[in-house]
Each structure stands twice: as C-alpha cells, then as structure tokens.
Ligand binder design. Structure first.
Ligand SMILES: *Cc1c(COP(=O)(O)O)cnc(C)c1O
Length: 368
C-alpha cells in the first residue's frame, strides 16, 4: 500500500462506540458525534448504529451529518449567516445560538420549521490545559456569560448548551456543572434539554465512567431534562494510525529522518498543542539505541514531528506508524506546500482493508 495513509480500524472504533452506548443505556443520556473532531465517511454507518446523530458547527457539517449519518443533527455556530440559515434549519433538529442577538435574528424562522432552539452558555469555569483549546478563557467569544444573560428573552428557548472541557475527566465535568447550576440553574425548569458539550475523555483508560453516569442521572432527575453529550475525540480515540515512509536520512548534529508526511499538514496538533504522537516500536529520544528526529517533507523549517529512538537503525523505505491519528487530523488536513493528502483506509472487522478516499494532485489544484 502506497503511503501516506490513515488506517481506521473498525474494531477499535466499535469498542469506543459500545462504551458510549453503555453510558447512554445506563444513564439515559443521548450521545452525538462532534464532527469537528472526527469525520470519516467510511465509518458513518457504524457510528449511526450506536449514537443518536451528530453535532455540526455550520452548514457543511450539518449537510454531511444528514447525508451520511441519517440521524439527529444539532447545529451550533459562533454566528450563523443569513444566506445559510434556511438550509441549516431544514437539516437540523436542534439549533444553538451563541448570543441573544443571533437568537433574536433567527428564532422566528427556527420556530416556523419547529427546530428546537437552544443557547450556548459560558459557565466561565474550565480547567482546559491549553488556552487555544479553552472555550471559557478570557475574552472567549464562545457562549453567553452571566453578565450578558437576558432572562426576559427566553420565551422560545428549549435548551442550554455548554462546552467547557478539553480532554478532561468526570471530576472536571462536576465542577463545570456546579458553576453552571449556580449561575443559571433557576432557568432549567423551563427547558427540555441541556447539552453538556464535548471534551469528555470517556474512552481513555482510567476515565471515571461510573461518575459520569451518576452526574447525568442526578442531573436528569433533578431538572427533568434530556441530557446530551457531544464528544468528538472520545469517539475516534485510539482507533487507528497514520502510516508514513522514510524517504531519506540526513545528519546535522543528529540524525533526521525525512518522511512522506507533514506535521503541519497532517498532524497539526504536534505543532500547536504541542502534542507528541506515539510511534509504534519507538520510545523517547535516547532510550533505545538509535535516535532520530522525525520530520516532514515540506520546506517549513518547523515541520517536525518529534525526536524518537528505535531499537534498530531506520532505513530508507521503512514504514513509520503514528498511533492514534484519526481524530483532529483528517478534519484539519491541508495541501500545504503541495504535499499529498494521506489516503483514507478502513480496516473491516474481518480484516479486509478498503480504500475509502484517494487523494492526488487534483486536490491541490482545485484548492489553489
Ligand atoms: C470541539 C467541540 C466538541 C467536541 O470536543 P471533543 O474535545 O472532541 O470531545 C463538542 N462540542 C463543541 C461545541 C465543540 O466545539
């Protein structure tokens, strides 16, 4: 198989989906896939078998959700455009507005087509590890703060939505819920649903699933509302690899392996988070006998994936497998510097491997 490619393993994805489904059944929560983090057309049917649908951040994700997943579509956007709102409403079950001005502007249309209206709230607590991924940071544009809340404009609002977490546990969720209740709890009695957003690291080993289910059950009982969760990362978590080939090895103070992928174009969180991907068979630099800097095949100096050590020397032509590369990678890919987009491959449960998408020069030409 020609590299580069992402290989999603159905069996691993289904393991995540089954855990999420268990939570739905035990707690009564309804779980949606956040397409922002994980969109892989070849796995839509499998996701639809377990989850209630998708949450979308605008017209294109809403369309994709409707076409491929054929279940519920919940759309939130920091701001909706006039020329898109009718189509978005025609595709959506829930629509979540980010401000009272957006609510005012579009609520009549939403009511006419019976789309359930919600507001995104900023509970102003979050322990998000990185500011770029902190929806409740200073000057955040995401959600309505207590200060900007207008309790005389809630007439048609059926739900509240918050999204305050990023790769976090049930303890952090508990803190957010507490602040959310303290600030906005008096309005819950008139609502039909509350959406707890994403950022729940549910499928990561050690996540306190029992506590999550207890929090949901207690909340549902107390306020008599539907509770939604919309994880992205937790759905695609550890469900596949990005496979690259060593093109050359150069030396400048250390050995540097040039791969046929790019950190910038294919795994941007290695640069912006920054985050370190695991490499199969490799350890931290200096641990095993042969250390290399793994770097991308673009002309960006900073296109560096990281330093890793291997038992055996790397050779030109060797394959390098980056673990857990299915979420927040494919959805962010670019054709920067004319580098090839990795193909999308799917490993079925019976072991068959299917090519879901092949990308070539056309992608670059069409976009530039
Ligand atoms: C990003 C995002 C999600 C998904 O977050 P994960 O960290 O991938 O679980 C859910 N809802 C909203 C509004 C988001 O912006």
């Amino acid at each position: 198989m020609q590299t580069p490619y992402y290989l999603l393993e159905e069996e691993k994805l289904e393991y995540n989906l089954q855990l999420l489904d268990y939570i739905q059944k035990q707690s009564g929560a309804r779980i949606l896939l956040a397409l922002k983090g994980f969109a892989f057309s070849g796995s839509a049917d499998l996701v639809s078998k377990y989850l209630q649908g998708c949450c979308a951040s605008g017209l294109y994700e809403a369309k994709y959700a409707k076409e491929l997943f054929k279940k519920e579509v919940h759309t939130y956007s920091p701001a909706f455009k006039e020329e898109e709102i009718d189509e978005i409403l025609s595709l959506s079950n829930h629509i979540v507005f980010n401000s009272f001005s957006q609510l005012k502007k579009y609520k009549k249309k939403a009511k006419e087509v019976k789309v359930s209206i919600g507001l995104r709230i900023n509970p102003e607590v979050s322990a998000s590890p990185k500011e770029i991924y902190n929806p409740c940071g200073v000057y955040s544009r995401l959600g309505i703060t207590k200060k900007n809340f207008k309790d005389d404009e809630l007439a048609d609002v059926e739900g509240f939505h918050f999204h305050a977490l990023c790769e976090q546990g049930a303890d952090e969720l508990e803190e957010v819920i507490k602040a959310f209740e303290e600030k906005f709890g008096e309005y819950f009695k008139n609502l039909k649903w509350i959406n707890f957003g994403g950022g729940h690291h549910i499928t990561k080993e050690g996540y306190n699933v029992e506590k999550l289910m207890r929090l949901i059950k207690e909340f549902k009982q107390k306020y008599d509302v539907e509770v939604y969760l919309e994880p992205g990362e937790a759905v695609g978590w550890q469900s596949g690899v990005l496979v690259a080939t060593v093109l050359d090895i150069v030396e400048n103070g250390m050995k540097i392996a040039i791969l046929d992928i790019s950190a910038e174009a294919h795994m941007p969180d290695t640069i912006i988070m920054p985050y370190r991907s695991e490499v199969r068979g490799a350890k931290e630099a200096g641990v095993l006998s042969h250390t290399y800097r793994l770097a991308g095949n673009t002309c960006l100096a900073g296109d560096i994936i990281g330093d890793y050590s291997f038992e055996e020397p790397l050779k030109i032509g060797d394959k390098v497998l980056f673990e857990d590369q299915i979420h927040y990678t494919i959805v962010k890919n670019t054709t920067f510097n004319g580098i090839k987009l990795p193909n999308l491959l799917l490993k079925r449960k019976n072991g068959d491997i299917e090519v879901v998408k092949e990308f070539g020069y056309e992608e670059y030409k069409r976009r530039n």
